[in-house]
Design a protein around this ligand. Structure first.
Ligand code: SF4
Length: 331
């Protein structure tokens, strides 16, 4: 019979094995755990929801796009290998979880961080920076490694018994696998991946947006699809690479001007502003034609706004080499 504990916790839940184990371990000890996933344009909740469902974990999803945009632009602790401000990001998540404590009637915050597992965000010093940056340092418990970490208030006050915490560390996964078996965790995603800020191609596009002061939620959403071409400081063309891109662009860019090749099935083109000059429209049409083998040369491109044809542009295809000066992401 599990003894129900007086104090409950909010868990930062990513959907990965470590966060599942942290939640399950605390539940096994008798704590009520509220699992929260913080959603951003770079990391959507789909995988976490699936993983939570598979493991019988009820998940609260909160969108933190606005708060997250600020740290992506100017992180106090810098970036990882790409544009991933992991320390600031983790600190923000703890901070926001801290703000939910009263709402959920919880007393402290847990996470599945494992000392020394990730080079940037889980070194001892990084974990301490995360705690400090979150302003919730006193209320954080990391059940998988807490035996190796400084005591926080839940330990000092006896809400959590340190002896019941674990001492996992390093990059090996053997102990996690054993623990998963012990706790009956059988379904979990493979480690890593998921966050677009760790993706080199996405990062290049995002940096371009930031450099041009256009890093708003819609423009960031559009980075997920197609090839991106910068035509001027205020204008980009996005060209779908396949059906999936065309569909994604169509859904995300409902209010933006479109380019489509007349009478030939081909890529969807989206312009990120509606004030393109005639010269920019010709350039955009020629780029679009260049990515459609079936299109004639010269070809006719329809420019439409709100699904209403506004004009037709005749343009020539260009060589792929001549497009290199406009393309933002690497292929
Ligand atoms: S990988 Fe992405 S979501 Fe994860 S901590 Fe880093 S920036 Fe945040």
């Amino acid at each position: 019979m599990i003894k129900q504990r007086k104090h409950s916790a909010i868990a930062l839940f990513s959907g990965g094995l470590d966060s599942i184990l942290a939640v399950k371990w605390m539940q096994k000890l008798g704590y009520t755990v509220y699992s929260v996933f913080f959603s951003t344009p770079y990391l959507t909740p789909d995988k976490a929801l699936k993983s939570a469902r598979a493991n019988g974990i009820e998940l609260i999803v909160r969108d933190i796009t606005d708060e997250h945009l600020k740290i992506v632009q100017n992180p106090k602790y810098g970036y990882g290998k790409n544009h991933n401000p992991c320390i600031d990001c983790r600190a923000l998540m703890f901070q926001l979880a801290g703000k939910m404590l009263d709402e959920l009637g919880a007393s402290f915050i847990i996470s599945g961080e494992v000392l020394g597992q990730r080079p940037m965000s889980q070194r001892f010093q990084a974990l301490m920076q995360v705690s400090k940056g979150s302003e919730m340092k006193d209320l954080i418990v990391r059940p998988l490694s807490q035996k190796l970490l400084p005591d926080s208030k839940p330990i000092l006050e006896g809400w959590v018994n340190k002896d019941e915490m674990l001492d996992l560390q390093g990059r090996g996964r053997t102990r996690q696998m054993e623990l998963a078996q012990q706790l009956g965790v059988i379904e979990y995603p493979s480690p890593g991946g998921g966050c677009l800020l760790t993706d080199i191609s996405f990062t290049l596009r995002l940096r371009d947006l930031i450099n041009h002061g256009q890093d708003n939620p819609l423009q960031i959403e559009l980075l997920k699809w197609g090839r991106h071409f910068r035509l001027s400081p205020t204008l980009k063309l996005i060209v779908g690479r396949h059906k999936n891109d065309n569909f994604g662009l169509d859904q995300a860019a409902k209010d933006l001007p479109r380019l489509q090749i007349r009478d030939v099935p081909g890529p969807l083109g989206v312009l990120t502003a509606s004030d393109a000059t005639q010269e920019e429209l010709s350039l955009a049409a020629s780029i679009l034609l260049s990515y459609c083998n079936k299109a004639p040369d010269p070809g006719a491109v329809i420019y439409s706004i709100d699904s209403i044809e506004s004009s037709q542009i005749m343009a020539h295809k260009r060589s792929k080499d001549s497009l290199a000066q406009y393309i933002i992401s690497i292929e």
